[in-house]
Design a protein around this ligand. Sequence first.
Ligand SMILES: [Zn+2]
Length: 217
Amino acid sequence: MPLFGNLLSRVSKDGKESIRGNYKPKKHPHGSSRYTLRKSLKSSLAGGTKLKDSVKCPDGEDENEWIAVNTIECFNTMNMCYSFIQSFCTDDSCPTMSSLKATYLWTDGKGKPQELSAPKYIDNVVNWISEQIDNPEIFPVDDSPFPKNYKASVIKIISRILRVYAHIYHGHWDKIKQLEVNQHTNTSLKHLQYFAENFQLLGEKDYETMKHVFVTL
Ligand SMILES: [Zn+2]
């Protein structure tokens, strides 16, 4: 069964206006190895390959590149899932960034952690991840070597993506169902879960936070 194909085309037509104003899906340069790997990932996701198998690094490919492609894909799909309910996630409806298990405080690593509304927190997450992905010292381009802290950086990105899903499931699940995008949202999160599990990118705390959702996927 195609997992993403039909839904994605429907969503991009109908959901265009609700896609985050300052966010454009990350693309890979034409002809780069990430461009080719993404094509291979998309075709296995859409072509009936079991989701659990589709996250495995294809034979002979660079594992770090594969992790980069999947991380960027998970970031793009998280943005799409949030865009479904973005207009319902306001400072009034969601004054804190909460999930079933926690209320998250924002920190940029410099100042004191701050309590922000969910939309402001998520805006910071999107901008922060976008900067990480665009930073060639973390995600090198032109065949430069990957940095030593590469995996740690990806773990942090995955953790922040998961918090956005935690908020979507906790605060906006009824709306997601009403909009009939629940299957798409579940599949997107499941891709993230399998990918993160396969490459040990899921922190114990993050797993605990999302366990109640993972078991229902
Ligand atoms: Zn919200």
